[in-house]
Design a binder for this molecule. Sequence first.
Ligand code: NAD
Ligand code: TDX
Length: 334
Amino acid sequence: TMAPMRLLVTGGAGFIGSNFVRQALDALDCQVDVLDALTYAGDRSSLAEVEHRINFVHGSVTDAAIVDELVRQADTVVHFAAESHNDNSVVDPSPFVQTNLIGTFNILESVRRHDKRLHHISTDEVFGDLELDEERRFTEESAFDPSSPYSSTKAGSDLMVRGWIRSFGVRATISHCSNNYGPFHHIEKFIPRQITNVIDGVRPKVYGSGQNVRDWIHVHDHNTAVNAILERGRIGQTYLIGAECELNNIVVVQEILRLMGRPDDWFDMVGDRPGHDLRYAIDSSKLQAELGWKPQYLNFRDGLAQTIEWYQQNESWWRPKKEATEAKYREMGR
Ligand code: NAD
Ligand code: TDX
């Protein structure tokens, strides 16, 4: 029998990474190392359930020596670590350049040096935005056209991965997923910010016109797609991940209000995000046809109800972050 695969997961104390680690330990025969800098967005308690089954390393992907030592020991690297919030990126782009660009460069140089398999996690935001009435959705062929320091540094990291595949034969795959929701999502993000506001008796805050559309996917489905790519994905390929759930922000807020027993109009319109992308939409036919992946969460309202329940039952996880998060938004005027 083969030895279990040794996985290095960067950003494993974040939202998607921590959900991935739990799922990977269930789904794959693997041993897991997590490298996470525990920035404001990282929380070791998100891994409490699996703490005894992983090797947690507190360190940064910007530290080439730590990265190299961990990559050397691994078989496969799944690279989630990033600065992930658009609103922060327009206040101070600097950590986005460091983590998303320099951090990914360090990962690439190490997987090249030690000939290790890499899966690079990216976002649909690198393709820019769509008009509301446009038929076109994003595909693997869509051109990069990022709007923010967040999405442009993610696009830069993706382009490096492509260059390292072509020039050095690095064994990498890339995925671009749409907006995730689910448990352990940082409360700076739209859905958990509004759920925790309503719990606190505060009206949700919708940016600009509220007509902006996001294509929602449950974090569990994002991670089953990542597992499928790790197991069956073709080296060098890019896969788009999405679950065909386009909704505008007002519709999402009204679903939250209905599920939490508040009137439909119990929210405030606030100022807009600079450069705010209008619409994202993913065509995931390649992933579905090639790898046979399908989302399991087919009903957004059910997934949302489950997520609301998680925030109601896990106040000790998010409460310590609430005051500082809202203080940042007060500075931004939103
Ligand atoms: P997150 O902000 O919740 O988590 C990021 C994690 O990375 C945190 O644990 C943080 O401590 C860690 N980190 C940050 N800088 C680091 C550094 N220099 N070294 C090591 N660790 C560092 O983000 P998320 O929503 O879980 O996103 C994870 C990945 O998925 C990102 O690459 C993001 O671009 C991508 N993505 C996110 C979404 C989404 O909807 N959230 C959608 C598509 C793609
Ligand atoms: O209070 C809010 N009010 C509001 O209307 C917040 C925080 C957001 N919004 C809007 C902005 C967006 O149109 O809601 C939408 C979603 O906002 P975010 O949760 O900040 O996500 P978004 O900017 O779409 O980016 C997310 O999806 C793609 C993740 O944060 C990224 O990491 C991922 O790449």
